[in-house]
Design a protein around this ligand. Structure first.
Ligand SMILES: [Zn+2]
Length: 427
C-alpha cells in the first residue's frame, strides 16, 4: 500500500539540527520512499491531506511493563517495597495470560493515541505482550523478565519462557526480542552469567533495571563490595549490547563504565519521582555522550504510558535540580524520545523521518492550542504538547489510527474487559 501525506509540515533532521518544513511524504509499503517532490513512478493508494498536520517520526518508549496497565491507579502513594511486595506482587500472582493480553492491549491503545509507535517491554506474559503488540500493529522489542536466585527457584523455567515462540516471530518485521535479567537483586551471579552466555550465543541484546534505588546500590556494596554497574561490568555483562533502565544512583566511575561500553540508558523520570527514588544524572550522562532514551515504566508506577508526559518532565526536572536552565534542551529531549530510542533498540531503520527509514509516522493536529503559534515545534513537542494532539498514526506503513479512531483495537470491548478483569483480581 502506498500512502502520500501531501503538503504537511514535517520535523526533519538536516545539517546537524531539527528543522520544520512544509513537504510531501511518500510511503511505499513499509518504507519512506520520498520526502519533497513526488517521484514520477510513485502512485499513491491513499492520499492524506497534510495541510493541518505536523508530521513527526513516532515516539519510542524504551521501558515499560505493558500488561501492568491493568493495575493503573490501584496502588499509589506507597513506599517502593510496600508497592511492589505488598500490592503488585499478590495481584500478579492471580493474573492470567488472557488478563495480561488485555492489559497489554490497553497499553497499546494509550501509546498509539499519544504518538508512540514503538515500545520496549520486560515482564511475565511475554508471549501475550508480543501477541497484543502484533494485533495492535505496534513495533515492539519484548523480553521475559528473568528472576532467579537459583535455577531451582523458577529461574530455569523463566529462561525457557524467554525463548518460547521467538521462532514464530522470525519473519515479523515489527516484533523482536531481548534477554532481560530483571535486576541484580533478583538474579544471583551464576544466573546472570548464564544469561550473559545465552545472550552472546543467541545474539540477543540485554535489558536490565540498574541502580533504580539507593537501597539497590547499598545492598550491592555490602554483598559484592561493588556498585551494581561495576559488578555487572566485572561479569562481562556489557560485552553484549545493553539497555539499562533507570540508572538513578550512579557514581562517576559507573557513568564512565556505561559510556565505555556503549550502554544505552532509559531514563524514567516520572516513575522515579512517583516511587520516591530520585532523579537520574541525565545532564552528566548527556555531556559524556551516553545514548539516553526515555521510558514511562509501567502504568502501575507512572501512571500513564503517554511518553509526552515523560518528555515534558525530562525537559524540566534537570533544570530545576541543577539550577541551570540551559541543561537538557528541547532538541535533546526530542532526540531521546525518537532516534536515541531507535539506537538503544537496534532499530536503526526507525526513529527519523528520512528516506529509506521505516514509515513510523505520527500526524499531530496543528490546530491544537499547545502547538500554536508555530514558533518552534520541537519545543512544542518537548514542553507544551500533551499527546492529545495525535490525530493519525502510521506504523510500518500501515495506518493504525485515523482521525483519532483506533483501527486495530475495539475500544468499547477493551474497556469492558479490563474493568471486568480488575473487578475479579482485586476481590
Ligand atoms: Zn521497570
Amino acid at each position: 500500500m502506498n500512502i502520500l501525506i501531501k503538503d504537511t509540515l514535517a520535523i526533519l533532521y538536516e545539517n546537524g539540527g531539527y528543522i520544520t518544513k512544509r513537504t510531501n511524504i511518500c510511503i511505499k509499503d513499509k518504507i519512506i520512499y520520498a520526502i519533497g517532490d513526488i517521484p514520477e513512478d510513485f502512485t499513491p493508494d491513499e492520499i492524506i491531506d497534510g495541510k493541518n498536520y505536523l508530521a513527526s517520526t513516532g515516539l519510542i518508549n524504551c521501558h515499560t511493563h505493558s500488561y501492568m496497565s491493568l493495575y493503573r491507579n490501584f496502588a499509589d502513594d506507597l513506599s517502593f517495597d510496600d508497592w511492589l511486595f505488598g500490592k503488585i506482587d499478590p495481584l500478579e500472582n492471580r493474573t492470567t495470560p488472557d488478563d495480561a493480553y488485555w492489559g497489554a492491549v490497553l497499553s497499546c491503545a494509550e501509546m498509539i493515541k499519544t504518538g508512540t509507535t514503538t515500545f520496549t517491554d520486560m515482564h511475565m506474559f511475554k508471549n501475550m505482550t508480543a501477541k497484543a503488540a502484533d494485533d495492535c500493529g505496534m513495533r515492539a522489542v519484548i523480553s521475559r523478565g528473568l528472576c532467579g536466585e537459583d535455577e531451582s527457584g523458577g529461574g530455569a523455567r523463566r529462561l525457557d519462557e524467554a525463548f518460547e515462540e521467538i521462532e514464530n516471530f522470525k519473519d515479523n518485521d515489527r516484533i523482536s526480542f531481548m534477554l532481560a535479567p530483571h535486576a541484580i537483586y533478583t538474579c544471583n551471579t551464576e544466573y546472570l552469567k548464564k544469561i550473559i552466555g545465552l545472550a552472546i550465543g543467541e545474539n540477543l541484546p540485554l535489558n536490565i533495571h540498574l541502580s533504580e534505588t539507593r537501597y539497590e546500590v547499598s545492598q550491592a556494596l555490602e554483598k559484592y563490595n561493588m556498585t551494581p554497574t561495576k559488578y555487572l561490568d566485572s561479569l562481562g555483562f556489557f560485552e553484549q549490547k545493553t539497555l539499562a533502565a533507570h540508572c538513578v544512583h550512579l557514581s562517576d566511575e559507573d557513568m564512565e563504565i556505561l559510556k565505555r561500553n556503549n550502554v544505552s540508558v532509559a531514563a524514567n523520570p516520572i516513575s522515579n519521582l512517583k516511587l520516591g527514588n530520585g532523579v537520574a544524572p541525565v545532564p552528566k550522562l548527556l555531556d559524556m555522550g551516553v545514548n539516553i532514551c526515555i521510558g514511562t515504566d509501567s502504568a502501575a508506577s507512572n501512571n500513564s504510558l503517554n511518553l509526552f508526559r515523560d518528555m515534558n518532565f525530562t525537559a524540566l526536572i534537570h533544570k530545576g535540580v541543577n539550577e541551570k536552565a540551559q541543561c537538557v534542551s528541547a532538541e535533546d529531549v526530542y532526540r531521546f524520545a525518537t532516534v536515541n530510542g531507535a539506537k538503544a533498540l537496534s532499530l536503526d531503520d526507525t526513529g527519523e523521518l528520512k528516506v529509506g527509514k521505516k514509515a513510523d509516522i505520527i500526524l499531530l493536529d496543528l490546530n491544537s492550542p499547545s502547538l500554536n503559534p508555530h514558533n518552534n515545534l520541537v519545543s512544542a513537542l518537548s514542553y507544551s504538547a500533551n499527546g492529545s494532539e495525535t490525530d493519525t498514526v502510521i506504523i510500518d506503513g500501515k495506518i493504525v489510527m485515523r482521525k483519532k479512531e483506533l483501527l486495530t483495537i475495539d475500544e468499547e470491548k477493551l474497556y469492558f474487559n479490563v474493568n471486568k478483569i480488575m473487578e475479579r483480581l482485586s476481590k
